[in-house]
Design a protein around this ligand. Structure first.
Ligand code: SF4
Length: 68
């Protein structure tokens, strides 16, 4: 069973805790017309959490500059 750790929507936690991450799935689903980033909510999750319906395998956080 995959966990959030394997999902492309997770980014490293700003707290530096390696067991945690920020899920930015809400950000990646914003419409193209949305220019601001202020309304985007990231949620702190544990990397070992069970996946949700938005799970996509990958490591897109390594290309975080493309998302900002
Ligand atoms: S599985 Fe769901 S909660 Fe976990 S990182 Fe991916 S989108 Fe976020």
């Amino acid at each position: 069973m995959p966990t959030c750790k394997e999902c492309k929507h997770i980014t490293p936690s700003p707290t530096g805790d390696p067991s945690k991450g920020i899920c930015i799935q809400a950000r990646t689903k914003l419409p193209d017309s949305q220019k601001t980033s202020t309304a985007i909510k990231g949620k702190m999750i544990s990397k070992s959490s069970d996946i949700c319906e938005f799970f996509e395998k990958g490591e897109s956080w390594k290309d975080i500059r493309e998302l900002i």
